[in-house]
Design a protein around this ligand. Structure first.
Ligand code: GRF
Length: 221
C-alpha cells in the first residue's frame, strides 16, 4: 500500500523513551500547521507513557526495547526496521535516551532531529536544570538540533530562551522549559516539512534568510 496517498504531508516518526509530552505537543499541533503527520511512534522503553498518548491518538506504535539486545548494533538493526516500516520523511527524537552510532546517523542525513533542554552548546547531557541553578544562570532554554553521533552536538537549528527566576526549583524550571519546548518543536518541524527551513553547511535559513537561532520567543508565541 502506498502510504503517501493517505498522508500527503511530511511523514514524521517520533522516537520516545518516557513521558512523551513533546510527542503530545506534536500531535496536538498537527492540525494547526497542517504540514506534517505523526505516522508512528517508537519507544525504546516498553512502559513509556508516550506509548499511551500515541494509542489515544490512534497512532501506530512499536517497542524496540534496548535491554533485549546484546549490543547497540543489534538494537539499531531492529530500530531501523521499525523506522522504515513507517516510511518517514523525518525522524524526531523526543525523550529518546539512547546514543545513536555514526552508521545509523549517516543513513539518514539531516533527517534526524532532537530537542535538548538547554541552550546548547551549554549543558550537553543530563541534569541540565540543576546545572543551570548551580551556576546561577539568568537564562535557560531549549535547543532543536540535527542529530550526529556525538551527544547533543549536531548543528543547532533553533533555540528558545526562558528566564531563570530567583525562586526557581529544578521542577519549576523544567516545567517552564518544557512548555517552551512544546511550542518550539512543532513550529520547527512544520517549517522543515514545508521546506521553508534549510541547513546548508551549518547555516540555517528560514525562507532563504539566516535564522537568528536564539530569537525564537518572538516567533514562537
Ligand atoms: C525533554 O526535556 C527533552 O528536551 C529531552 O527529554 C525530555 C523529554 O520529555 N530530550 P517528554 O518525554 O517529551 O515529556
Amino acid at each position: 500500500m502506498d502510504h503517501r496517498k493517505n498522508h500527503p504531508h511530511c511523514r514524521v516518526v517520533v522516537l520516545i523513551g518516557g513521558n512523551g509530552s513533546n510527542l503530545q505537543a506534536l500531535i496536538d499541533n498537527q492540525a494547526k500547521f497542517s504540514a506534517y503527520s505523526v505516522v508512528g511512534v517508537i519507544s525504546h522503553k516498553p512502559d513509556a507513557y508516550g506509548l499511551i498518548r500515541a494509542q489515544n491518538a490512534l497512532i501506530p506504535t512499536t517497542i524496540v526495547d534496548h535491554t533485549r539486545y546484546s549490543d547497540r548494533q543489534a538494537f539499531e538493526q531492529n530500530l531501523i526496521l521499525a523506522i522504515e516500516s513507517y516510511e518517514p520523511d523525518l525522524i524526531v527524537l523526543a525523550g529518546f535516551m539512547r546514543l545513536l552510532s555514526s552508521e545509523f546517523v549517516e543513513r539518514y542525513p539531516e533527517k534526524i532531529l532532537n530537542i535538548h533542554p538547554a541552550l546548547l552548546p551549554k549543558y550537553k547531557g543530563l541534569n541540565t536544570h540543576q546545572r543551570v541553578l548551580d551556576n546561577k544562570d539568568k537564562e535557560h532554554g531549549a535547543t532543536v538540533h540535527f542529530v550526529t553521533k556525538e551527544l547533543d552536538d549536531g548543528p543547532i537549528i533553533a533555540q528558545v530562551k526562558v528566564p531563570v527566576l530567583p525562586s526557581d526549583s529544578v521542577e519549576s524550571l523544567r516545567a517552564r522549559v518544557l512548555s517552551a519546548e512544546h511550542k518550539l518543536y512543532p513550529q520547527v518541524i512544520s517549517w522543515i516539512a514545508q521546506k521553508r527551513l534549510k541547513c546548508d553547511e551549518n547555516i540555517v535559513t528560514l525562507d532563504g534568510n539566516p535564522l537568528e537561532k536564539t530569537l525564537m520567543q518572538g516567533i514562537v508565541s
